[in-house]
Design a protein around this ligand. Structure first.
Ligand code: XMP
Length: 429
């Protein structure tokens, strides 16, 4: 039984529990085999509502200090209830619990692997596009690159990839991308420069969701315009992943609240002339990388840190100007080069520089400065759903701060973000 408000909509935040919590074993259960150490296990709680009464025929398997019924089990049916999040990496042995459920309780067979979903995706794409043409937005990130490659395996002659230069990409972003896809993979690629359009539409816009929506709409407008130039285009393919879908809307119709509009899902207009194809929408990042590897994707692209569709627009907090883009590009480029030089890049799931909407006073030589603040973010994660900040060796942070301030005119302060996800998100907007 869940405690909810009178209208039944918003749970009363009575037994709120948040963060790492110890739960204690009360009874044996197949679900919790090998889950405890000394009858205890650390789990991630994140709830405002709670089970207040044990339903008929259920017993308690484990409890925490605040949640008496942290795990429940039916007396004679395979029905379980858990109050915490076994799926996040902060639940230390959550994977054991999930494996027990899938293999020991549901008796599922382990037949979900790269080859399996690769063949399913290719087969489905061939069913969708027998003769109709598909255009695919290609940004050079892992997701869109794998989307383009899997499409080319399935329906190469029907595919055109469009690279849109939004003016919001990182330094040297498009260098080689066009060449790799055109020459190495022999895919039909078109490069469109729309940086002035993007910057004009984003002028003076500060609200993060508004930025995302504007960018999403512009992408669709450009893709629709480009599609009219090619006869028989019916579909627009995008590299949407499962976490993007979860965070953009409630996929299951459940109470998952919207966190942000990922430009390739929540940012799309309701009415669109092209039908959407999202071949990766059931996959997590590690599965996408494994699919990309099996398709022979260039390693430089395959192991790049994720980069969001709206690009630097959501890493320049507040108003976006060409000058701020220049400053951020330089800082981010220095950060990436240093990470590679110190062999830290591949130890980190995602790292980037952002520009905060604050200026602070500093002193350089004999001169007073009043310049921008650069925020550095570097996180470890398995799938982007949860993340922890990366522990840099102290010297690295000293060096990078000096290097950015000395080389980028317009920045006089560097800060490092140590917020985990949750409560933060990986991006700032
Ligand atoms: P957050 O900020 O939600 O990010 O913790 C999780 C992962 O998703 C990426 N991200 C995006 N990717 N379009 C994308 O293709 C988007 O609009 C978008 N917003 C966030 C983010 O970089 C991180 O890897």
């Amino acid at each position: 039984m869940l405690k909810t408000s009178a209208a039944g909509l918003n749970p009363i935040p009575k037994k709120r529990e948040y963060g790492r919590t110890l739960i204690k074993k009360r009874r044996n259960s197949v679900l919790t085999e090998n889950f405890y150490k000394n009858r205890k296990s650390e789990v991630w709680m994140s709830h405002q509502d709670c089970v207040t009464k044990l339903p008929n025929n259920f017993y308690t398997v484990a409890s925490s200090k605040s949640s008496k019924y942290a795990i429940l089990e039916h007396k004679n049916k395979s029905i379980f209830g858990i109050q915490f999040h076994p799926e996040v990496s902060h639940t230390n042995r959550g994977i054991i619990l999930l494996k027990n459920f899938v293999f020991k309780i549901c008796n599922a067979k382990k037949n979900w692997g790269t080859l399996n979903y690769k063949n399913n995706i290719i087969e489905n794409l061939r069913k969708i596009s027998k003769s109709e043409k598909i255009i695919c937005g290609l940004s050079g990130g892992v997701d869109s690159s794998v989307t383009a490659l899997v499409l080319s395996k399935a329906v190469k002659k029907n595919l055109t990839c469009i690279i849109v230069d939004t003016g919001l990409m990182r330094k040297n972003e498009f260098k080689n991308l066009y060449k790799i896809f055109k020459n190495k993979y022999k895919i039909n690629v078109k490069l469109v420069n729309e940086s002035i359009l993007f910057l004009t539409k984003l002028k003076n816009v500060t609200e993060p969701e508004k930025k995302r929506k504007i960018i999403g709409k512009l992408f669709v407008k450009i893709f629709e315009r480009e599609s009219k130039k090619i006869k028989g285009v019916k579909y627009l393919a995008q590299g949407t992943l499962y976490p993007d879908v979860i965070e953009s809307k409630s996929v299951t119709g459940s109470g998952t609240s919207k966190i942000k509009s990922h430009h390739n899902v929540g940012g799309l207009p309701k009415k669109m002339n092209l039908k959407l194809v999202e071949p990766l929408k059931d996959l997590f990042k590690d599965e996408v990388r494994s699919l990309g590897s099996s398709l022979g994707l260039d390693k430089k692209i395959l192991y790049r840190h994720p980069f969001p569709g709206p690009g630097l627009a959501i890493r320049i907090l507040g108003k976006i100007t060409p000058e701020k883009i220049r400053i951020l590009r330089e800082a981010d480029n220095i950060f990436m080069n240093e990470l590679k030089k110190y062999k830290l890049y591949h130890k980190i799931w995602q790292a980037y520089a952002a520009l905060l909407p604050v200026k602070t006073v500093g002193v350089m030589g004999d001169t007073r400065t009043y310049e921008h603040t650069c925020l550095l973010r570097a996180v470890t994660s398995k799938d982007g759903m949860t993340a922890d900040h990366f522990y840099f060796p102290k010297n690295f942070l000293d060096n990078i701060s000096n290097k950015i301030i000395n080389n980028v005119i317009g920045i006089n302060r560097v800060v490092y973000d140590i917020t985990s996800k949750p409560p933060g998100t990986i991006e700032l907007e």
